[in-house]
Design a binder for this molecule. Structure first.
Ligand code: DAT
Ligand code: MG
Length: 136
């Protein structure tokens, strides 16, 4: 059964020229693109997107970072797309021992600058796709 997931190439990934690399890995995995847009995020959208982290100490920095430059937002589609993209992305910490071979593991160094976002469940995917692509 096909699933959809919301993927972001965050401002660090865009500014470092890794958009093509991320899309290439998505396509080589066998997933397909259902939507794609370069966009600078409004703070209110970022707050909704990361609402689950509102009480965390890093929330303000996270919002500053994600609104600090353009992101590429994608809807990625395919069998088990949510888990499949989380596998491609790797763990939250790019230097965690389980991350080599992943986008974060291969290109990231710091938790805050971990290059990509991927929805973590079917509920999150549905919620996040509505935030980023309300007309899809
Ligand atoms: P993930 O993006 O792997 O789903 P998450 O949902 O726990 O991770 O956190 C969302 C983002 O917030 C994460 O990609 C980077 C940032 N973040 C998480 N923990 C952090 C921390 N301890 N310090 C700074 N930023 C953090
Ligand atoms: Mg998350």
């Amino acid at each position: 059964m096909s699933e959809r997931t919301l993927v972001l190439v965050k401002p660090d990934g865009v500014s470092r020229g890794l958009v093509g690399e991320v899309i290439s890995r998505i396509e080589r995995k066998g997933l397909s693109l259902a939507a794609l847009e370069l966009r600078t995020v409004e703070r209110s959208v970022a707050e909704q997107h990361y609402a689950e982290h509102a009480e965390k100490g890093f929330f303000g920095d996270l919002l500053d970072f994600i609104t600090g430059g353009p992101v590429v937002a994608l809807v990625v589609e395919g069998p088990r797309a949510i888990s499949a993209f989380r596998q491609l992305a790797g763990g939250t910490d790019p230097v965690d021992k389980a991350t080599p071979g992943t986008i974060r593991g291969d290109f990231g160094l710091e938790v805050q600058y971990n290059l990509v976002h991927g929805s973590d469940s079917t509920d999150s995917a549905e919620r996040e796709i509505k935030i980023w692509f309300p007309n899809l």
